[in-house]
Write a protein that binds this ligand. Structure first.
Ligand code: 5GP
Ligand code: ZN
Length: 116
């Protein structure tokens, strides 16, 4: 369920502090520690899944739940005018933290970084 060396598992377990915007039994939403845009949060499954390449057929409802949540959370964060979603996968995908997460970026442009 959790990887003791994973920074996001530590956030999920509460051993590393974070600014949370959403939590249920399966999913956690936290603001990114180094935001690339005025609104930048991450949605993570509570179960340790390293990358999008590790998802299985049985993860469909979890992933669907996350996608359904995103526009609701984005709206709550003032991103009714639109937002960007990003999943970095693996070394060539620029992934830095190997616990699956969806970036949600929004707010007025210009943004601090064009890419994440
Ligand atoms: P990746 O490159 O893996 O898609 O993105 C990892 C993201 O996690 C980065 O945007 C980075 O700023 C964020 N991040 C790294 N460490 C922490 C942390 O301890 N807390 C939070 N809230 N975000 C983190
Ligand atoms: Zn993890």
């Amino acid at each position: 369920m959790h990887d003791p060396n994973c920074i996001f598992c530590k956030i999920i377990q509460g051993t590393i502090p974070s600014k949370k915007l959403y939590e249920d039994d399966d999913v956690l939403g936290v603001f990114d520690i180094n935001p690339a845009s005025p609104v930048h949060f991450l949605l993570l499954p509570k179960r340790h899944i390293p990358t999008l390449q590790h998802v299985k057929e049985g993860d469909s409802s979890l992933l669907g739940k996350m996608l359904v949540l995103i526009p609701q959370l984005a709206e709550q964060q003032g991103c009714g005018d639109g937002f960007k979603t990003v999943i970095n996968t693996g070394p060539n995908g620029g992934q830095e933290v190997y616990h699956l997460h969806i970036h949600v970026l929004g707010g007025p442009r210009p943004w601090k970084r064009a890419t994440i």
